[in-house]
Ligand binder design. Structure first.
Ligand code: CA
Length: 225
């Protein structure tokens, strides 16, 4: 899952990013309004953690723009300003939840987890696709009821494919999802290829169907049989 952290206090922002990275999220950071605005314009995120009072503008304007471009993105507002107006305005604009600073990191993590589960998996502890079941708490995939261990990247890749069924995903989109925007994409394409190859192999070796289709010159598509 790919997360953008918008927060102007560098110490808070980096602490959040470090903590969430350890939890397995790909984190990008924005320290002011312009950076945040540019990032939500250029990239897709599963979740944006959004501070309201930012140098250069209001987080509420970032939220407005984000909801226009990518309404699927989850939004958790995090603000020191415990004002009812901000909270109501944020929720009105489509934010999913609200957390008041200061907070403990495990609380942030719990909110993030719950929010993503609600938004993407309708609160279910696992995703089922034909003979494949992914346990969302762990990196275990069951194929025909047989547990298969996945690496973190394979797990992220499979969840990404299943939640974007029948949509052509370019190698660049996949690389961005797995590593964020700060990597040289050309270097990542080989890695995308090998993660896909390994994931396919694990599914097929356990009797599953190969749902990952190569779309020549474009990328990959996860298709139902
Ligand atoms: Ca702030």
């Amino acid at each position: 899952m790919k997360v953008l952290i918008v927060e102007d206090e560098p110490a808070i922002r980096e602490t959040m990013a470090g903590y969430l990275q350890k939890e397995g999220y790909v984190c990008e950071q924005a320290g002011d309004y312009d950076t945040a605005d540019e990032k939500v314009d250029l990239y897709e995120y599963d979740l944006v953690i959004l501070d309201i009072t930012l140098p250069g503008g209001s987080g509420l304007d970032v939220l407005r723009r984000l909801k226009k471009r990518n309404p699927e993105t989850g939004v958790l507002i995090v603000s020191a300003k415990n004002s009812l107006d901000d909270k109501v305005a944020g929720l009105d604009l489509g934010a999913d939840d609200y957390l008041t600073k200061p907070f403990f990191l495990p609380e942030l993590n719990a909110r993030v987890k719950a929010l993503l589960r609600r938004r993407f998996f309708k609160g279910s502890p696992s995703i089922v696709f034909e003979e494949i079941e992914i346990d969302l708490g762990t990196n275990i995939m069951n194929v025909h009821g047989q547990p298969v261990e996945l690496t973190k990247k394979e797990y992220d890749l499979l969840v990404y494919f299943i939640t974007n069924q029948n949509r052509v995903l370019t190698k660049a989109t996949i690389a961005e999802h797995l590593w964020g925007d700060y990597m040289d994409l050309a270097d990542r394409f080989d890695l995308v290829y090998s993660h896909i190859k390994n994931l396919r192999k694990k599914i097929v070796q356990h009797g599953g169907n190969d749902y990952i289709k190569t779309v020549y010159g474009m990328g990959y598509k996860f298709t139902s049989p």
